[in-house]
Design a protein around this ligand. Structure first.
Ligand code: ADP
Ligand code: MG
Length: 653
């Protein structure tokens, strides 16, 4: 004879309760054949539910062996037991244990989802089962919109959807009125005739009378095992026709289960919108803060750098003096025109502009003002990135011939020629006692060049030396480095050359690259600090997510128990809660990004010349961060849910 579908051998189950331990099952041995309908009776506390839980692989014996179709279940791991529950057992509970947030039809489909059945197939199957049980018209209703009898039929349909060779029913009629109870029993009888094995736990003698075999428990022991009437189990059990499904293991099964986990997460979130929103708020604020700070930092850095780049690229400027801010620098006269000429002969130098400066008064038609007179070379304007607004710049001839040509800045134009059609071009102004003709006007510039309120006038440096200062010393030498030479290398070479010429190092070199680097690193340090603060706010947000997920898990312990009973793997439960945490935080992340972008838009409109922008990279990074927070902080609660003991979870109400 084939192995009995169920075989218990000296099964014992003890519960440790404080100091004493309760023996719920005491050396129970019995076997049940395929197709039998067995009633387990006994008074309350006799061990019926404990026995049923062990039969359904929700619980394990303390000692003794339990074999399902010859397979010792103690050799199976948690996933294999879940598979057994999913594929071979169908549970019917006294209190139905339907999930309240989804419809009757969706409840029926749950075990099929864990089995990896395709959506269309499981829907068709659920409809077919519900129709057969007479509740298909209630498919779209929530469980609380159904009567007790209807709910129990839905739960029977759920038990049957994966085939269920063995139906385990714990007081299936206990909560029903007489008539509904009768109908449920009729259904169970029908299922037995199809060849299924039915095991009913009851304390009702009338219910037990429907079974052909009655096992009575008292204090955890089998006290009687009798057969009533003709054993219909003599008929060969009909093998169940099972449609094909992916078994939930393959790639498509995994995708299916992941989709289900996300859908359940959405359902759970929709059920607690306010709570989900408040949890998200932490993430929203964190992500918005991080993204705005980073974007603002980038924008201000960009602005500062563009201001600097108006100083010209790849240039260095040599000043007399031992240090920057050397008080005696003005008195050091060692930087002279010959130095500039020597530098001009170097092939790594593309252009040399000596500069001298002095201040004097400027007069034009009776009004006068202080002015800075800059003596410069022809390429000075190009190197400094200054643009001509009108007229022309002076050329090499003007410098050679010491001509009294002046280029004025925009401040000077505004002061003297605001109403003049010519902008001053062709007019003669008096610089001190020297009359000069204006040949060009320089455009107003953002930052850097000529942005202050002082008036500046530019003359050939030869003119300034001859007419104003009267000596060959220079204020600075501005050097443009050849494009193929690195600024640092050039700087070293200039230092060596000038040190040789002067026999001492009485000059300093200003390098725009250095300034740029200093500013970049300062803003980066600042951005790093603020980001660190923002990251702390994200961690706080994450802890909020963890907190709410722990609440969500403990609220839904009984749901977790039901899911495990119908065959959910630990990974399914883990996925469901992880999906919920991830969903909350990634939606929070998207909202945070939108808030940050809105903020950037407002700043762009409010502060001219400031361009806050969000790169795809930073948006992606913010989104990934928020998702990562969900995964990281949701993991602990989700794991806690996944490792719940199914029996403990189920008994929680
Ligand atoms: P029945 O279903 O027949 O009413 P149970 O199987 O639920 O009985 O319980 C049998 C005995 O085991 C009872 O004495 C009960 O108090 C005890 N028991 C059941 N489950 C637990 C548990 N988780 N922890 C401690 N004792 C338990
Ligand atoms: Mg019980």
């Amino acid at each position: 004879m084939a192995d009995p579908i169920i075989g218990l051998e000296k099964v014992r189950r003890e519960f440790a309760t404080g100091e004493a331990s309760v023996v719920a099952l005491d050396e129970v041995s019995l076997s049940i054949q395929r197709g039998e309908m067995v009633a387990i009776i006994g008074s309350s506390g006799s061990g019926k539910s404990t026995l049923l839980n062990i039969l359904g692989c929700l619980d394990r014996p303390t000692s003794g062996t339990y074999r399902v179709a010859g397979q010792d279940v103690s050799e199976l791991d948690a996933d294999a037991l879940a598979a057994l529950r999913r594929e071979h057992f169908g549970f019917i509970f006294q209190r139905y244990h339907l999930l309240g947030d989804i419809s009757a039809g969706e409840n029926v489909e749950i075990p099929a989802i864990y089995a990896g059945m395709k959506a269309c197939e499981r829907r068709a199957r659920a409809e077919q089962l519900l129709a057969r049980l007479g509740v298909n018209d209630r498919r779209g209703h929530r469980p609380n919109q159904l009567s007790g009898g209807q709910q129990q039929r839905v739960s029977i349909a759920r038990a049957l959807i994966n085939g269920a060779e063995v139906i385990l029913a714990d007081e299936p009629t206990g909560a029903l009125d007489r008539r509904s109870g009768e109908e449920v029993l009729k259904i169970l009888n029908e299922l037995q005739r199809e060849g299924r094995t039915i095991i009913i736990v009851t304390h009702d003698a009338d219910v037990a009378a429907r079974a052909e075999r009655i096992i009575e428990l008292r204090d955890g022991k089998v006290v009687s095992d009798r057969r009533a009437g003709a054993a219909s189990a003599a008929e060969p059990a009909i093998p169940l026709s099972r449609t094909s499904w992916t078994n939930g293991t393959g790639w498509s099964g995994a995708v299916l289960r992941l989709r289900e986990a996300s859908r359940m997460a959405l359902v759970a979130m929709a059920a607690h919108r306010m709570r989900a929103f408040l949890t998200m708020l932490g993430i929203i604020i964190g992500i918005a803060a991080v993204s705005s700070v980073v974007a603002l930092g980038n924008a201000s850095q960009r602005k500062v750098l563009s201001d600097i780049s108006s100083l010209g690229t790849n240039t260095i400027e040599v000043f007399p003096g031992k240090d920057f801010g050397d008080a005696r620098a003005g008195k050091i006269k060692t930087l002279v025109l010959d130095d500039a000429r020597a530098l001009d002969r170097q092939d790594f130098i593309a252009g040399v502009t000596p500069t001298v400066s002095t201040s004097t008064t400027v007069r034009y038609r009776g009004s006068e003002s202080n002015v800075l007179v800059n003596g410069v070379g022809g390429s000075y304007f190009q190197v400094k990135g200054a643009k001509l607004a009108r007229g022309r710049l002076f050329d090499a001839d003007a410098i050679r011939n010491i001509e009294r040509q002046a280029v004025i800045d925009d401040n000077t134009r505004k002061t003297f020629f605001a109403d003049d059609q010519t902008s001053g071009i062709g007019r003669v102004i008096w610089l001190g006692k020297v009359p000069c003709r204006i040949v060009g006007v320089i455009a107003q510039q953002q930052g850097g060049f000529g942005s202050n309120q002082n008036l500046s006038v530019y003359l050939p440096y030869t003119t300034v030396q001859a007419q104003f200062t009267g000596d060959p010393s220079l204020r600075s030498i501005l050097l443009r480095i050849s494009d193929d030479v690195s600024t640092n290398l050039a700087q070293d070479a200039v230092t060596t050359l000038l040190t040789q010429r002067h026999n001492t190092r009485d000059f300093v070199i200003l390098n725009t690259d250095d300034i740029r680097r200093t500013i970049t690193s300062t803003t980066q340090t600042l951005a790093f600090l603020v980001t660190a603060i923002a990251v702390i706010s994200l961690v706080v947000g994450g802890i909020g997510v963890m907190n709410i997920m722990l609440v969500s898990v403990s609220e839904r312990i009984s749901e977790i128990g039901v899911r495990m009973a119908v065959g959910a793997r630990r990974s399914d439960i883990l996925q469901q809660f992880l999906a919920e945490a991830t969903l909350i935080s990634s939606i929070g992340g998207i909202a945070g990004i939108l808030v940050a972008m809105l903020l950037g838009l407002v700043i762009n409109l409010a502060v001219p010349g400031f361009q806050v922008s969000y790169s795809t990279f930073s948006i992606g990074a913010a989104f990934l961060t928020s998702t990562g927070i969900g995964v990281a902080f949701g993991f602990f609660p989700a794991r806690r849910a996944a490792f719940l003991d199914p029996v403990v979870a189920l008994s929680r109400d």
